[in-house]
Design a protein around this ligand. Structure first.
Ligand code: URA
Length: 434
């Protein structure tokens, strides 16, 4: 077999056999196939797609590139949530402890780093001083069983093929591909050993799938292929036509999560968390009414139980909880700059993708894989779609140590917002549960 001829075959729109897909992915993992050939193959898939048989083979080879977690307690329901990615998406930081606090499920969550313009749960967790995201699979499993949740990053022995493919896709503009997203997300979730999976499929200009039909198609394919592997899958389509909540950036998002975990925070973040966690608990106990589940979850946020669960996870994974108890102790960025509106009207649209890139420019994400993240960096968004703005109102606050980036964005960031002279309604937080 030759990688060259397999690239040509996919380029011509033909389907590859299971053996050919295994040859490519395993060859790339073993470094027998170079980056440039794998990148060409991924680009061919991006344009030509994959048949259902090819998608199955692609999930299968990534899944079997590493180990698989197997929980031994058959009386426990293990569940996870995965987001297809967006800007300001801090839901995992709240949902995982909230679900743990309910005692109805255990949450073994393996998360990723920022990808493209979107942030990553792992980078957010690592902004908490001392927090360890590198646990062995044994420690991960033991902690999940002991306290009800563990939050880690992909290990070298769990879906290692996804780790290398994910990095290559990130720099070759091949993230926005349904077969490639299915392979990446589902292999990890199947390997994690969960029974149920809630998928937050984001749609809008800050999501990887911007159009609604494409997002719906992604949701349906994830459900179809996940169920074929015996997972119960519940996709929820949620809005990403503006940043989620007010804060974008790693520590800033931890701060906002703490607010929601204590019964406050922005309405959008609380609502999406409640809907997704309700779906997770409904997968575990389909006979229970969703209204009843939701009421219980609201109480767990409002009475501080979810917050206490978060502290427990952070402490267990070596994080310094004094920063969570006193967020004002966290170091501030060197430059905190309020950008004021020069125009007036009602916000009718936000370039969410560009705001994600702006947060990276301020230091909140990586331009290159080797870049280090500034956990303090990011944006506070003061105006959302439907809000009225007067000249001089605060529109965004920049947090950064990078003076040059701050200077550029102070004068240009208002261009990410479009204004209307007429009233504009807010987009819904949730579109549908599929
Ligand atoms: N999240 C993943 O884990 N993989 C993708 O391909 C996209 C989002």
């Amino acid at each position: 077999m030759l990688a060259y001829t397999l690239i040509e075959k996919k380029q011509a729109g033909k389907s590859l056999t299971k053996g050919e897909i295994h040859y490519l992915v395993n060859g790339f993992l073993k470094k027998d196939i170079p980056d440039y050939q794998m990148a060409a193959f991924l680009m061919a898939v991006y344009f030509k797609g994959m048949t259902p048989e090819e998608i199955n083979a692609y999930i299968d080879v990534i899944l079997h590139s590493g180990r698989r977690v197997q929980f031994s307690d058959s009386n426990t329901y293990y569940a996870d949530k995965h987001s297809t990615g967006g800007v300001g998406d801090k839901i995992s930081l709240i949902l995982a402890p909230l679900a743990m606090a309910s005692g109805k499920v255990k949450v073994p969550m393996i998360s990723g780093r920022g990808l493209g313009h979107s942030g990553g749960t792992l980078d957010k967790l690592e902004s908490i001083p001392g927090f360890q995201t590198h646990l062995s699979l044994e420690a991960f499993q033991a902690q999940t069983d002991e306290i009800g949740c563990a939050l880690i990053g992909q290990t070298d022995d769990l879906c290692p093929a996804d780790k290398v493919l994910y990095s290559l896709r990130d720099v070759t503009a091949t993230v926005r591909s349904i077969p490639l997203i299915c392979g990446s997300i589902l292999s990890k979730k199947i390997a994690e050993g969960v029974n149920g999976l809630v998928l937050d499929v984001k749609t809008g200009n800050g999501a990887f799938m911007t159009g609604y039909e494409m997002s719906k198609n992604l949701a349906d394919q994830l459900k179809h292929f996940g169920e074929a592997y015996g997972l119960s899958v519940r996709p929820v389509l949620t809005d990403m036509s503006q940043p989620l909540g007010n804060k974008v950036g790693n520590w800033l998002e931890v701060e906002e999560s703490l607010e929601v975990l204590q019964g406050g925070g922005p309405d959008a973040v609380r609502e999406i968390t409640l809907v997704l966690t309700t779906q997770m608990l409904a997968l575990a106990d389909p006979k229970r009414s969703e209204d009843d589940i939701r009421r219980e979850l609201e109480q767990l946020l409002d009475n501080g139980s979810a917050y206490v669960a978060f502290l427990k996870i952070v402490e267990k994974q070596g994080g310094d909880i004094t920063y969570l108890e006193n967020p004002e102790r966290y170091p501030s960025a060197a430059h905190i700059i309020d950008v004021k509106a020069q125009r007036e009207g009602t916000i009718s649209g936000i370039d969410t993708y560009q705001l994600g890139l702006d947060a990276i420019a301020l230091g909140a994400g990586r331009k290159f894989l080797s870049d280090t993240i500034d956990p303090k960096a990011g944006l506070v968004i003061h105006k959302h779609i439907g809000d009225t703005v007067h000249v001089g109102d605060y529109i965004v606050t920049l947090h950064t140590d990078n003076k040059d980036a701050a200077d550029i964005l102070s004068s240009s960031i208002e261009n990410r917002f479009t204004y209307s002279e007429h009233a504009v309604s807010q987009p819904p937080y949730i579109y549908e549960i599929r």
